[in-house]
Design a protein around this ligand. Structure first.
Ligand code: KIV
Ligand code: ZN
Length: 539
């Protein structure tokens, strides 16, 4: 599957190494099923990333399987390199190879902590012992795979002379990419420039013309990940390790969209290029946000809901006169469509399919049928259906997990008189229906309690957010939720879109529950519901 992306390389190409599925998935709470990882990997391939770090195969048998599936299905000859992460230990490296070997272009990425903090406190080993581990790990990786990447973890706080020794050894043992991580987000842009420039100039066997690719991997603890990554490029790095929406450990990793759009928008400053199809950025951002159940902050650069919104009168006036007055990049360049859908309620399925294709969505017949029905209902209810509305509907349809339960009906009463009460009718996968009613502090709480009484999958609601897809009182509302089983740190996201925000809220919650059930197994289902029993949430 080539996804129509042609990747070309010269000395000014910055290789985009996406680690959304590895470091990104280490975000507190973010958990993806293997089907979702595959879908994200496919979209990353369409986006044009050069390398997908698909996971950490030794972490669990499921992680291994997910990496293998991505290697087989996305790692085609004209697709991206498929990479797996391994600690510098034999079993990790062997398992990593099992994960990636079926890709046409596999890579093993191995790492070891090299800062005094990591050597002394985390591993309790000397510099000499660290060098020995690196020698063994990189040599073993190279015996399995031509393409080997080595990362000296926590390089940002490491001793420079030792770092040079480590990098030279990794190259001697066969590493072809040296990735320099600021693991704890500690460095400043000028320091990082110095570090990378010094390493390139002084590491034996890895200087300019050696064929070794220098890479940077930054974390955002002090909000400097993008600036540090760009400083790395200016110092000569030609690979950057990034994630969609900047998801990742703690405050996250460098965000792909920020670095890519900085390179594209500020050619005069960076004079490098990437293989990214920037028009796929918004779609990728939404997919990752919805699957992970992690909403993007509205003022986030490039992909935030307000990134192209102009609020003040002066700004609006300027943009209407000429977009360049207050816009340094166009919304279209990141795949944000401003156009209005000219399909009406009498439009046919074919016209809808064509418009979806123009927006970059490929749908199967069943998805088209579902979206078409929703589109018709929306066109009835709203005067103007925008591309953004359509994108919300299709996102809900294409990110829907396996349905252990689905919503048939919901009715709520709420307001200042009486207790907020919700009645839900759900169907299980084998066609049984369940009816339950519950009261709560508000209509969403009541509805979630009624669902809990049927599904019986205890969880904690970590996050709930609602926002309107477009302006206007008749706008679609989209809801993102994240839930976690009480006994686990894993969390599961869900997304729902509807003109009625209670319905959107319920759809999002059921999607998250279905995702949790898919990973954790299906507990007891409530006995056949007798109408209007009042459920009480137990936790
Ligand atoms: O932040 C880090 O150091 C990492 C390495 C494994 C590359 O994620
Ligand atoms: Zn990292």
């Amino acid at each position: 599957m080539s996804e129509g992306v042609v990747r070309t390389y010269d000395e000014n190409t910055v290789i985009i190494f996406d680690t959304t599925l590895r470091d990104g998935e280490q975000s507190p709470g973010a958990t993806l099923t293997s089907a979702e990882k595959l879908e994200i990997a496919r979209q990353l391939a369409r986006l044009g990333v050069d390398v997908i770090e698909a996971g950490f195969p030794a972490a669990s048998p499921d992680d291994l399987k997910a990496v293998q599936r991505i290697a087989r299905e996305v790692g085609t000859a004209d697709g991206p390199i498929i990479c797996g992460l391994a600690r510098s230990v034999e079993n990790d490296i062997l398992t990593c190879w099992e994960g990636v070997k079926d890709a046409k272009k596999p890579r093993i990425h191995t790492f070891l902590g090299v800062s005094p903090q990591h050597l002394e406190y985390q591993m309790g080993i000397t510099q000499e012992q660290a060098l020995e581990r690196i020698r063994k790990a990189v040599t073993l990786a190279k015996s399995l795979c031509d393409d080997v990447e080595f990362s000296p973890m926590d390089a940002g706080r490491a001793d420079m002379d030792f770092l040079i020794k480590v990098c030279a050894l990794a190259v001697e043992c066969g590493a072809t990419t040296l990735n320099i991580p600021d693991t704890v987000g500690y460095v400043t842009p000028s320091e990082w420039y110095e570090t990378i420039a010094t390493l390139i100039a002084e590491t034996p066997g890895a200087g300019k013309g050696s064929g070794i690719i220098w890479s940077v991997h930054c974390h955002n603890d002090l909000g400097m990940a993008t600036a540090n990554t760009l400083a790395g490029i200016q110092a000569g790095a030609r690979q950057v390790e990034v994630t969609i929406n900047g998801v990742g450990e703690r405050a996250g990793n460098t965000s792909l969209e920020e670095v890519v759009m900085a390179i594209h928008t500020r050619q005069s400053a960076y004079a490098v290029r990437t293989n990214i199809d920037t028009r796929q950025i918004m779609k990728t951002s939404r997919l990752v946000s919805n699957y992970m159940g992690m909403p993007v902050q509205p003022n986030k650069a490039v992909v935030g809901a307000n990134a192209f919104a102009h609020e003040s009168g002066i700004h609006q006036d300027g943009v209407l006169k000429h977009a360049s007055t207050f816009e340094i990049m166009t919304p279209e360049s990141v795949g944000l469509s401003q156009s209005r859908l000219v399909l009406g309620k009498h439009s046919g399925r074919h016209a809808l399919k064509v418009r979806l294709q123009e927006l970059g969505f490929t749908v199967d017949d069943n998805q088209l049928k579902q979206v078409f029905e929703r589109f018709k209902a929306l066109a009835d209810a709203k005067k103007v259906v925008t591309d953004a509305d359509l994108e919300a509907l299709i996102t809900e349809e294409t990110t829907k997990p396996q349905e252990f339960f689905k919503l048939l009906d919901i009715q709520v009463t709420c307001g200042t008189m009486g207790m907020p009460t919700a009645t839900v009718r759900l169907a299980s996968a084998d066609g049984e229906t369940f009816v339950h009613a519950a009261v709560g502090v508000g209509p969403v709480d009541a509805a979630y309690r009624a669902i809990d009484a049927v599904v019986k999958a205890p969880n904690v609601l970590l996050e709930y957010s609602v926002h309107s897809v477009t302006e206007g009182i008749d706008a679609l509302g989209e809801v993102t939720v994240r839930i976690s089983p009480p006994d686990s740190e894993k969390s599961f996201g869900g997304y729902g879109a509807d003109g009625d925000i209670i319905v959107a809220s319920v759809k999002a919650y059921i999607a998250a529950l279905n995702r949790m059930l898919a990973v954790r197994g299906h507990g007891d289902v409530a006995p056949e519901g007798d109408a209007a029993t009042v459920g009480v949430k137990t936790q």
